[in-house]
Write a protein that binds this ligand. Structure first.
Ligand code: COD
Ligand code: ATP
Length: 205
C-alpha cells in the first residue's frame, strides 16, 4: 500500500482536494476531523481541562475558549499539541492498518501540519496544495470571523508555502479553476496507483 500525505497551508484547498480523492474511491483520513472528534468527549477533553482549566464543558472542548487561552499564552500551544497529536497519530495508524488489511492500493492522510510534525518522512509521497499568496489571502478574508491580523498570526505559525512546495513530491496549483485542480489530482492518482501495482509486483510476483 502506498501512503500519501496531503497537505498545504490554510485555505489552499486541502478539503476540496480530499473530497475529490474520496469521490475517486480513495480512502482519506482527515487529521483535523479527528481533532474535532477527540474534542467532543473522552480522554482528550479530560486532559485538556486539566492543562487549560475552564476551556471545556459537558459537550467537550470549547474551541473559542481554548483559542483565547492560547492567544494569552502562545507558548502553551506545544503543551496542547503534546496531548492531542499522539492521539491523532494513533487514529491514523489504526486507519492505515484497516486499509492495509482491506488491500487498498493507496491510502491518503490529510494532515495540515504534515511538515511541521515531520510526518512527511513516513509518507511514500507528499501532495502539496498551493495557490498564489494573494489568492489564498482573498479566499480566507471571505471566511466569517477572519481578519487581516488573525490571518497574519495563522500564517506565522505555519511553514511557508514556498518551503512546502520545495519539499513536495507533487504540487497541485489551486489558483485556477476547481476542474483544473481535479484533473491534476486525477493524473497523480493514476501515477500513484501504477506505483502501487509495480511495488506489489516487485514484492509478491
Ligand atoms: C487552537 C485551536 C483550539 C483553534 O481552533 P479553531 O477552530 O479556532 O481553528 P482551527 O483548528 O480551524 O485552526 C485554524 C488554523 O490554525 C492552524 N493550526 C491549528 N493548530 C495548529 C498548530 N498546532 N500549529 C500551527 N497551526 C495550527 C490550522 O491548520 C488552521 O489553518 C485548534 O486549532 C487546536 O486545538 N489546535 C491544536 C491541535 C492541532 O495541532 N490541530 C491541527 C490539526 S492536526
Ligand atoms: N482550484 C481550486 N482548488 C481548490 N479550492 C479552490 C479552487 N478554486 C477555488 N477554491 C476555493 O478555495 C477554498 C479552499 O478551501 P478549502 O477548505 O478546500 O481549503 P483548506 O486548505 O482545506 O483550508 P483549511 O486550512 O482552512 O482547512 C474553497 O472555498 C474552494 O471552493
Amino acid at each position: 500500500m502506498i501512503v500519501v500525505g496531503l497537505t498545504g497551508s490554510i485555505g489552499m484547498g486541502k478539503s476540496t482536494a480530499a473530497a475529490h480523492l474520496r469521490a475517486r474511491g480513495l480512502p482519506v483520513f482527515d487529521a483535523d476531523a479527528e481533532v474535532h472528534r477527540l474534542y467532543a468527549g473522552g480522554k482528550a477533553v479530560e486532559r485538556i481541562e486539566r492543562a487549560f482549566p475552564g476551556t471545556t464543558s459537558a459537550t467537550g472542548v470549547d474551541r473559542g475558549k481554548l483559542s483565547a487561552a492560547l492567544i494569552a499564552y502562545p507558548a502553551r500551544l506545544r503543551e496542547l499539541e503534546a496531548i492531542v497529536h499522539p492521539m491523532v497519530r494513533e487514529a491514523e495508524r489504526s486507519f492505515l492498518r484497516g486499509e492495509a488489511k482491506r488491500g487498498a492500493p493507496v491510502a491518503v492522510l490529510e494532515i495540515p501540519l504534515l511538515f511541521e510534525t515531520e510526518l512527511n518522512r513516513l509518507m511514500d509521497a507528499v501532495i502539496v496544495l498551493s495557490a498564489p499568496a494573494e489568492i489564498q489571502r482573498a479566499r480566507l478574508l471571505e471566511r466569517p470571523g477572519m481578519s487581516a491580523q488573525k490571518l497574519e498570526q495563522l500564517l506565522a505559525r505555519q511553514l511557508p508555502d514556498a518551503e512546502k512546495r520545495a519539499r513536495a513530491d507533487f504540487v497541485v496549483d489551486t489558483g485556477g479553476s476547481i476542474e483544473e485542480t481535479r484533473a491534476k489530482l486525477d493524473g497523480i492518482v493514476t501515477q500513484l496507483q501504477s506505483w502501487s501495482s509495480q511495488a506489489y509486483a516487485r514484492h509478491w510476483a
